[in-house]
Design a protein around this ligand. Structure first.
Ligand SMILES: [Zn+2]
Length: 75
């Protein structure tokens, strides 16, 4: 029984700091030990991407609404 299940649960979120090699969480932008910059696993969404996603979602909504309306008229 050398494996600790609760620890492995968190292991996937833990990465090694490239500056001081301490264990840090993968979503951290800055190392809490040395203050060095980290590259998180996921990139923070920039506003341009959000705008594009919103536009895309609006188009999908319009298309879905149009399809529902069209199916109502067809039947
Ligand atoms: Zn560090």
């Amino acid at each position: 029984m050398d494996k600790k299940p609760y620890k492995s649960k968190f292991d996937k979120y833990i990465v090694s700091c490239p500056h001081c090699h301490q264990d840090v969480l993968d979503h951290m932008m800055e190392c809490p030990y040395c203050g060095g910059k980290l590259e998180p696993m996921y990139q923070p969404i920039d506003s341009d991407k959000i705008r594009k996603t919103r536009w895309f979602l609006t188009v999908i909504l319009i298309v879905v609404a149009f399809l529902i309306m069209a199916s109502k008229f067809l039947h």
